[in-house]
Design a protein around this ligand. Structure first.
Ligand SMILES: *[C@@H]1O[C@H](CO)[C@@H](O)[C@H](O)[C@H]1NC(C)=O
Ligand SMILES: *[C@@H]1O[C@H](CO)[C@@H](O)[C@H](O)[C@H]1NC(C)=O
Ligand SMILES: *[C@@H]1O[C@H](CO)[C@@H](O)[C@H](O)[C@H]1NC(C)=O
Ligand SMILES: *[C@@H]1O[C@H](CO)[C@@H](O)[C@H](O)[C@H]1NC(C)=O
Ligand SMILES: *[C@@H]1O[C@H](CO)[C@@H](O)[C@H](O)[C@H]1NC(C)=O
Ligand SMILES: *[C@@H]1O[C@H](CO)[C@@H](O)[C@H](O)[C@H]1NC(C)=O
Ligand SMILES: *[C@@H]1O[C@H](CO)[C@@H](O)[C@H](O)[C@H]1NC(C)=O
Ligand SMILES: *[C@@H]1O[C@H](CO)[C@@H](O)[C@H](O)[C@H]1NC(C)=O
Ligand SMILES: *[C@@H]1O[C@H](CO)[C@@H](O)[C@H](O)[C@H]1NC(C)=O
Ligand SMILES: *[C@@H]1O[C@H](CO)[C@@H](O)[C@H](O)[C@H]1NC(C)=O
Ligand SMILES: *[C@@H]1O[C@H](CO)[C@@H](O)[C@H](O)[C@H]1NC(C)=O
Length: 817
């Protein structure tokens, strides 16, 4: 079999070499030309340039693509706006070194405009970097470059390429997206450097700024704080009086990667994996807070808050009415005008994406102190920050007038200093009601805890250690909050006991994977959910607090927020925000309530889970594998936004590595992947499996454990069977059928994604970043293979009809828990 394959490949290769359907060349000289079926190949064989068509369309283009990657990935197109409507295209290198594309007689349909009077022996070559270059003098030592395609990028940014902007003329090069995946004509979105003020990378739509990828702060671009990105790629941001440029290269030269602006205005970075498939490495914008000026001016956007927009401290909504109606466009204005002298001061905000720098001013050598005093000298100066955050900071960046497009970063943000009047520096004055309430709650908690601590200490010093180490603090809008690390409040057991009426059975919300959950109401009226952890992990107090802190630092709007914890002897309690709409299973599996969830809401719920899970897998500082994802762990807030709960607990109680093997199976029958059930192997892909089950359950309103037809098929099998029989829409819950009618493609996409997630082999399942793109319709979907736990009888392409009874395996192993 294997040798047969080799034989076929060899024969094909020989055919390609000896039959002149595809002539490949290394370079062409002046006066020579390339036409259909003739290509230019880079010396290392990685790239190929020539004429091509999309599918069976007539439109012919000249472009560059990866030679050995299928499907063909085009990285550059010459005549992107002027396709040839037949196959008559010819590329010529003229005597002057100009590159022209001709179609029949008449003027060229495209020209590089690189005619040089001095060119003696110009020739065209495709470099290993994928740059198409016209050089002069094949034998001359300099190999003078007359023209290169890297200077007029298409939609793809390749290693070694530079985006540039000229400080004097304002000229710039930009990546411009395609109009459509099959049409390389210039679309609306562009990715470029904005050279005004302190230069920043931006995405524009029809010329209007929509997303700031940000400026270079020494470590990273301020809008893309992804650590793994800068560990993998060496970015170069060079700035002098004439020009600013940005480029990147992977540190490991064997990594093949590309970076592009998509037809919908996203930037996406890909890395080629061993199977020669592109894996998404990064995509932005990431969330709503990335939308330019989402919250209006002088405000802060924070995805972990609800609502996400809040005025910066010292500012209040310009129109309270609009702000309350969640129309943020009006932004915020100062509570108190600046006095415009040295009495003004600065409030420090940590972990921020710095504001729009297009109207900023900078100086590389000033210290932060000089920077602040310089700012105070100009009445319109409103904020400052270090230019370079490395080595405890250097340089000075100043902003004037309104502060626009500030957000709280989930990681890697920097310090920003906002200028306010002296009276605003005093914390107690001019605080909004919300802040005041926060502080009051904080203070009363603090006092209660201190009093109780005092009593405990007074009674005896028996409790030897621990208490002194336990930090007691509370979350408020503290301006000097220690970067990123949130200290979690420790609640006293009596407080929680009172809040839950002594863990009354009437207050019990349910039984989660790690113990019962109770509803509680604190004395200030705040509603909470209390999880009483049943099996002690045998951890010490400090160890437990550290774990809980890690969980508390995972903040995303699709994750349930951990408010604090309580430790008392062996008792360990986690206090969460309360979710008024309970969990997803209470809706989709409930005869009465299922019709309340329309398709749009179900789709939003699925997308929310996907985003939350992506954050856990990849965007948070820790890589968290949930391991017990199920519909009862998907909670719904008052607006029916989905939030994942119980994350991080498997890590705390299971003992964990990123891809691990464990004897203790944490998971639930029906949601658990075959490799985890059978061998205890868990990975992000076992979560993807559970996610797929949730998607199919949400669409169908049936539990995976139910059986269908007379075939003993579970939901996965049922869905697969309908898919194979080309009637997938029959899977849909009848009670939402009406709302589905208008969204059929979306529903089909979801079913398709669900099936991709529940495939038998973990490596066949997409990862969450791919799933998020697929849900947005921004990534093509592969063909699913048959799902796990599926009796191989239908659609069998392999002829293997052995019945897989893995269902039972998961039961027995679960008993081992
Ligand atoms: C283009 O190249 C072909 C083949 O070398 C030649 O016949 C033709 O005259 C050239 N056209 C121009 C405009 O240079
Ligand atoms: C290019 O190859 C295709 C398929 O082999 C063939 O039909 C076509 O005529 C060729 N074109 C030229 C200009 O040789
Ligand atoms: C091919 O299309 C071009 C315009 O795209 C036209 O000028 C040329 O005459 C056409 N040639 C043939 C053979 O139809
Ligand atoms: C060459 O010049 C023409 C006419 O000025 C212009 O339309 C075209 O875009 C230029 N080509 C390139 C590759 O810049
Ligand atoms: C920059 O702009 C000027 C005038 O607008 C133009 O003459 C010049 O060719 C441009 N330079 C580049 C490198 O595009
Ligand atoms: C990173 O890029 C810069 C400039 O392009 C280069 O000087 C430096 O050596 C590179 N660093 C590594 C580790 O490759
Ligand atoms: C570079 O990447 C290749 C393939 O991913 C890997 O085999 C190699 O070990 C890496 N080299 C270094 C220095 O990390
Ligand atoms: C928000 O308010 C602005 C005026 O401040 C108005 O133009 C806009 O239409 C409002 N947006 C919505 C969604 O109501
Ligand atoms: C603050 O300044 C603005 C304009 O600079 C002015 O219209 C407003 O009256 C001032 N407010 C106070 C309270 O002085
Ligand atoms: C930057 O600051 C340094 C030190 O304060 C000063 O010497 C230099 O002139 C400043 N540069 C500019 C362009 O203002
Ligand atoms: C304050 O800074 C702005 C913006 O750089 C500038 O236009 C203005 O002239 C400065 N005012 C003073 C008094 O220096």
């Amino acid at each position: 079999m294997e040798s047969f394959k080799v034989l076929v490949v060899c024969t094909l290769l020989i055919l390609f070499y000896f039959i002149p359907i595809c002539n490949t060349l290394n370079s062409i000289d002046q006066g020579q030309s390339l036409k259909e079926n003739e290509t230019l190949v880079s010396e290392d064989g990685a790239f190929e340039a020539g004429f091509f068509n999309f599918g069976d369309s007539n439109r012919q283009y000249f472009g560059i693509w990866y030679k050995d990657i299928s499907p063909r990935t085009i990285v550059w197109v010459a005549n992107r706006d002027t396709p040839i409507e037949n196959s008559s295209g010819v590329l010529n290198v003229t005597d002057g070194g100009n590159l022209v594309i001709l179609a029949g007689t008449g003027p060229p349909i495209w020209s590089s405009n690189s005619t040089s009077r001095t060119a003696k022996k110009p020739f065209l070559q495709l470099l290993d970097t994928a740059s198409l270059v016209v050089k002069d003098g094949r034998n001359s030592p300099q190999n003078l470059i007359l023209w290169q395609s890297f200077d007029i990028p298409g939609d793809t940014f390749l290693p070694g390429m530079k985006l540039r902007a000229n400080m004097a003329s304002g000229n710039y090069t930009s990546l411009i997206c395609w109009r459509d995946t099959q049409d390389p004509a210039m679309g609306l979105y562009a990715y470029r450097i904005d050279p005004h003020g302190y230069p920043q990378m931006v995405i524009t739509k029809g010329g209007t700024l929509i997303y700031r990828v940000g400026s270079w702060n020494g470590n990273m671009l301020s809008g893309v704080p992804s650590e793994s990105l800068y560990k993998t790629f060496n970015s170069s941001f060079e700035l002098n009086d004439q020009e600013v440029s940005y480029g990147y290269e992977p540190f490991n030269k064997s990594i093949v990667s590309r970076y592009m602006v998509t037809t919908s205005g996203q930037i996406q970075r890909f890395i080629l994996d061993q199977t020669k498939t592109w894996q998404l490495f990064f995509a932005g914008p990431v969330d709503q807070c990335d939308n330019y000026a989402f919250c209006g001016s002088n405000s802060n956007c924070d995805v972990s808050n609800s609502p996400q927009c809040d005025c910066l401290q010292g500012f209040a909504p310009k129109s309270q009415e609009k702000w309350s109606a969640q129309n943020w466009s009006g932004g915020c204005v100062r509570n108190v005008n600046l006095s415009c002298d040295s009495r003004d001061g600065f409030l420090k905000f940590s972990g921020m994406k710095i504001p729009d720098t297009s109207k900023s001013w900078y100086n590389r050598s000033m210290s932060l102190e000089d920077c602040k005093s310089f700012c105070l000298k100009n009445c319109s100066c409103t904020a400052c920050a270090n230019l370079d955050v490395r080595h405890s900071g250097s340089g000075c960046l100043l902003w004037f007038n309104d502060i626009v497009d500030v957000r709280k970063q989930t990681s890697g943000g920097q310090d920003l200093y906002i200028r306010v009047a002296a009276s605003e520096l005093d914390n107690n004055k001019g605080l909004s009601k919300k802040q005041l309430a926060g502080i009051l709650v904080g203070c009363s908690l603090f006092i209660i805890v201190m009093v109780i601590l005092g009593i405990v200490m007074h009674r005896k010093n028996k409790l030897k250690k621990s208490n002194m180490n336990q930090q007691i603090s509370w979350k408020n809008h503290s301006i000097d909050k220690e970067k990123e690390d949130i200290d979690i409040p420790l609640y006293d057991l009596s407080t929680i006991a009172i809040a839950t009426s002594h863990f009354s059975i009437n207050k019990k919300l349910g039984e989660g994977g790690f113990g019962p959950v109770y509803k509680g109401t604190l004395t200030n009226g705040q509603e909470i959910a209390v999880k009483r952890l049943s099996h002690s992990s045998g951890q010490g107090t400090n160890e437990f607090i550290n774990e809980v802190k890690l969980i508390a630092n995972l903040q995303h709007r699709n994750l349930v927020k951990l408010l604090g914890c309580c430790i008392h002897g062996d008792e360990r309690l986690l206090i969460y925000e309360f979710m008024p709409n309970r969990s997803l299973d209470c809706f989709i599996f409930d005869q009465a309530k299922r019709s309340l969830l329309h398709w749009d809401q179900r789709f939003q719920i699925i997308r929310g889970i996907a985003r939350g899970l992506l954050y856990l897998h990849q965007d948070s500082r820790l890589r968290i594998i949930h391991r017990d994802l199920k519909t009862s762990n998907i909670l719904l807030d008052q607006n029916m936004n989905s939030k994942i709960s119980d994350f991080g607990l498997a890590r705390t109680f299971g003992g964990d590595q990123v891809v691990g093997k464990t004897k203790r199976i944490v998971g639930t029958y029906g949601y658990i992947s075959p490799e985890y059930a059978a061998r205890g192997n868990f990975s992000v892909k076992s979560d993807v499996f559970s996610f797929g089950v949730i998607v199919l359950e949400t669409i169908s309103g049936h539990k995976n454990r139910e059986y269908f037809d007379d075939n003993d098929l579970n939901l996965l099998g049922h869905a697969w069977r309908l898919w194979c029989e080309e009637r997938p829409l029959e899977l849909i819950d009848e009670s939402v059928a009406d709302s589905v009618a208008v969204a059929e493609p979306e529903v089909l996409r979801c079913i398709h994604i669900g099936l991709l997630c529940v495939q038998e082999r973990p490596e066949d399942r997409p990862d969450m970043s791919a799933i998020v793109l697929m849900l947005n319709g921004e990534k093509p979907l592969a063909r699913p293979r048959e799902p796990a736990f599926y009796p191989h009888q239908f659609c069998s392409s392999t002829g293997n009809c052995a019945v897989n009874s893995a269902n039972e395996i998961s039961i027995t192993l679960l008993d081992a828990r």
